[in-house]
Design a protein around this ligand. Structure first.
Ligand code: GLS
Length: 832
């Protein structure tokens, strides 16, 4: 490795190298120094935000020292690296996690208390980094934590959106979107103004004949935008390994303005060009599980993929190795189809720029990539219109056609005369206009394809990708069940429970090896332990009750059963079924005598989640929830027996205090629609039980924790097609309890019935695509079982403890180890 400092001077340099603070006093000194110099404040004007900033900057210094060591160690080791390409990284807050991973939290908390602040208040000053929509983006964030914690040489690549997922406000019961400008003060990123890549769009392709007689393609004449790197350090837990997340930001390649235009008086148009360039990384598309096919989104995808590949290739070329060694040094994981153009771009670099021949290049490409599928929902599968790609990326379209041609020729050789098969597996779908099926391109260009839970991985093999299993054989398709990081989702979110577990198990080691939780099993019947356990749950519920009171004005009784469903609002996730169930409970309570009511288990039904701004049905579901809460919460007959709460602006930080506060959480998607789900894992890990369908990771959770510790209901994935078919031909009766609910809504009990007409039509006459009516009876019956179970406090506590003890499998460390061994072939690098 070259060094810019000549050898004789290095010792002097090293004697001045930055050192990490390691005691309370050193930490305090760093905080005060940052507040007084970096922030230009003093002890006379240091508010909580300034104090947070000082602490964050002190920790940033520590992180960057470890980051430097890690990058050096990984470069020296010269081993294979993995690059995780994701359009979303839903990181949430960083300070708490940085203190925890560096195991400096209590030192820092003591230090800051002596300086006049409470650490909890400072942590609360931080803005969430919300560069993601939901589960897919949060999974990427958990994976980064695990990669660093397990010392894997890994980089994340994403976009530095100026606006993350919108903030949700509830106004008059309706969702209103507010922009999330989060970059006012972000101490966790390092701009790298020296690391830039020019990215081209539009233009045309010229053909030349090279000296060796080969045809060369040159893409030229397009519009150029510059990508600038911003690096975010990712610390591992209890290790110096600190990996890099590189986010690209767009700006005009000509500097601020086009000076020629500017000087000739065309001021407006020069500013417009600048804005157009900056627009590329301006905003995250706010859709989860829905593809909308906008040109700007395609631009984002290519911009990010091209900049990342340029960076990866540049790093590889520095090693001086032969191209054939590329797949031994580089693994690239595609988080969903969003980065699929990377396959085409690498082929373009190898053929057009490096002049490898097609087959040699394609061999390298197909050994390098892995593709993770995260959904089977047809509306979420990306398809780009051919004319759009033709205009924006003319050379890439040619390459896609060639990839498709050679692929179809090989299929034709193996399955001669099967015209239907060729049409079915073609990357190009013959619609008008033609579209490119990105998932097919991702499969054809990757070495391995994986789903994210067992059922999901089986489903993709038997449904949407069936033909490809026939063509490539079953070994190309595999499963890696998702996981969550226990550092954030147990220790950070639920410090008291984590401390209790550590006390029982004798150490914190379970945070590195979550299977150690099985040591709790033998205490599951211990009354004293059960009491301590449930006391912590109660305190977490009190904290949530206080938050609900402060933010909504609604008083909830922390003794009641807290029933939580928080996730993106989507018809397939069936929040509508949950709120219909709440209405049904309300109607039964209304019919009861006082004496009967006194025997009921009080409930608080808590909802939270964002609807995509253009998803009208999802927004109507939110409106129904808020309408029901207005009626139920003010009904004096009902009192504490039922409360309904909608938590505004659900995000990672809110999940951190909601997960520890549930008795019951709901994961009730129509069977076969939720690829995995990850909040199901978080809620169980925090000592709550779940009600759920046989879908996604619920199935594996059941296998691990045992059938009698989970409330499963509803039809199975294998029944869904027949049930839908029956609805299409009008062969089914609506469930009577659901009918009663719909009648009540139509009577106007929850305000203007017209608002909810679409929602009711969907289950009554509209085909009930999500099978709400089919599952409703079993859903209500299972909620009755929940009520009964909740009455027996000791048995409930036993179920919770036994469940937590069996959750070891669901750590993202296990998931990452599986990727490393079965997909990437990656070895760790230890940092001194
Ligand atoms: C998702 C799935 O819907 C979730 O079930 C899954 O847990 C997550 C991570 O694999 O990916 N796919 C998607 O488009 N958004 C998601 O959250």
């Amino acid at each position: 490795i070259e060094s810019s400092i000549p050898a004789p001077l290095r010792n002097l340099w090293k004697s001045f190298a930055a050192a990490e603070f390691s005691s309370k006093e050193e930490f305090q000194k760093e905080v005060v120094r940052h507040i007084e110099t970096t922030l230009a404040r003093s002890l006379y004007n240091c508010d909580e935000l300034a104090a947070y900033s000082g602490v964050a900057l002190a920790f940033r210094d520590r992180l960057i020292i470890d980051w430097n060591k890690t990058q050096q160690a990984q470069t020296f080791a010269d081993q294979k690296r993995v690059y995780y390409l994701s359009l979303e990284f839903l990181m949430g807050r960083t300070l708490d996690n940085a203190m925890l991973n560096q195991r400096m939290k209590s030192t820092a908390a003591d230090g800051i208390r002596e300086l006049g602040f409470r650490m909890e208040d400072l942590i609360d000053q931080e803005h969430d980094a919300a560069l993601g929509n939901g589960g897919l983006g949060r999974l990427a964030a958990c994976f980064l934590d695990s990669l660093a914690s397990l010392n894997y040489p890994a980089w994340g690549y994403g976009l530095r959106y100026r606006y993350g997922i919108f903030k949700q406000e509830i106004i008059d019961g309706f969702q209103v979107e507010v922009p999330d400008y989060w970059l006012d003060f972000n101490p966790w990123e390092f701009p790298r103004y020296d690391i830039t890549v020019d990215i081209m769009f539009y233009g045309y392709v010229n053909k030349y004949t090279g000296e060796d007689g080969r045809t060369l393609h040159v893409w030229e004449g397009g519009e150029v935008v510059q990508a600038v790197a911003y690096d975010v350090p990712i610390p591992g837990y209890a290790t110096p390994t600190t990996n890099n997340l590189r986010l690209w930001s767009s700006k005009p390649s000509t500097g601020e303005f086009d000076f020629q235009k500017f000087n000739s008086g065309d001021y407006e148009s020069s500013v417009r060009d600048q804005q157009r360039a900056e627009t590329i990384s301006a905003v995250l598309y706010p859709n989860d599980n829905i593809d909308v096919g906008k040109e700007l989104r395609l631009k984002q995808q290519y911009f990010w993929v091209a900049a990342s590949l340029y960076d990866i290739v540049r790093r590889f070329k520095k090693s001086g190795r032969a191209w054939s060694e590329f797949p031994e040094q580089v693994a690239i994981q595609l988080n969903d189809t969003h980065p699929t153009l990377a396959i085409v771009e690498l082929q373009r670099i190898l053929v057009d720029k490096e002049h490898l021949d097609w087959d040699e290049a394609w061999n390298i490409v197909t050994q390098t990539f892995g593709y993770t599928n995260h959904t089977v929902l047809p509306e979420a599968l990306e398809k780009w219109s051919v004319p759009l790609v033709q205009n924006l990326l003319p050379r890439h379209l040619q390459i896609i056609y060639d990839i498709n041609l050679f692929f179809l020729q090989s299929v034709e050789r193996r399955f001669p005369k099967d015209r239907d098969l060729l049409a079915r597996v073609s990357i190009i779908e013959e619609t008008n206009p033609q579209v490119i099926r990105m998932a097919y391109l991702a499969i054809i260009g990757s070495k391995k394809v994986n789903g994210v839970a067992e059922l999901h991985s089986d489903l993709i093999k038997t449904t949407i990708f069936k033909d490809f299993v026939n063509i490539f054989g079953p070994d190309k398709f595999t499963n890696v069940t998702n996981g969550v990081t226990p550092r954030r989702w147990l220790h950070q979110a639920n410090p008291k429970l984590s401390a209790l577990i550590a006390e029982k198990l004798g150490s914190n080691d379970f945070l590195k090896d979550l299977t150690l939780l099985n040591g709790l099993e033998k205490y599951a019947d211990d009354k004293d332990f059960q009491e301590k356990w449930m006391k912590i749950k109660f305190e977490n519920k009190q904290r949530l009750a206080k938050y609900i009171k402060e933010t909504t004005g609604i008083s909830v009784n922390p003794e009641a059963l807290f029933d939580i469903q928080v996730k993106r609002i989507h018809e397939y996730k069936r929040q509508q079924m949950n709120i219909f169930g709440v209405i049904s409970r309300y109607l039964s309570l209304k019919k009861m005598t006082k004496a009967e009511r006194a025997k009921q288990v009080p409930r608080v039904s808590i909802f939270g989640g964002k609807a995509a701004p253009g998803y009208w049905m999802a927004k109507t579901i939110i409106r129904l929830i808020t309408a029901v809460s207005e009626v139920v919460n003010n009904d004096t007959d009902i009192g504490d027996l039922l409360k309904v709460v909608f938590i505004e602006d659900y995000n990672v930080s809110k999940a951190e205090f909601l997960c520890p506060a549930s008795d019951l959480s709901e994961h009730i998607s129509t069977a076969g629609t939720e690829a995995s789900g990850t909040s199901n894992m978080k809620f169980v890990l925090n000592g709550g039980l779940i009600i759920g369908t046989c879908d996604g990771a619920n199935i594996e959770i059941t296998r691990e924790i045992g059938e009698d510790r989970i409330f499963l209901f509803g039809h199975l994935a294998e029944d869904v097609e027949d049930l839908r078919h029956a609805h299409r031909y009008g062969k089914t009766e609506m469930d009577p309890a659901l009918r009663e609910v719909c009648d009540e809504i139509e009577k106007g009990t929850f305000g203007d019935r017209n608002i909810f007409a679409g929602l009711i039509h969907a289950v009554n006459g509209g085909g009930d695509y999500y099978l709400v009516s089919d599952d409703f009876a079993s859903y209500l019956a299972t909620h009755k079982l929940v009520d009964e179970a909740f009455k027996d406090k000791s048995s409930w506590a036993n179920k919770c403890i036994m469940s937590v003890s069996a959750m070891g499998f669901f750590t993202s460390d296990r998931a990452i180890q599986e990727y490393a061994e079965n997909i990437w072939n990656l070895e760790p690098v230890l940092v001194q």
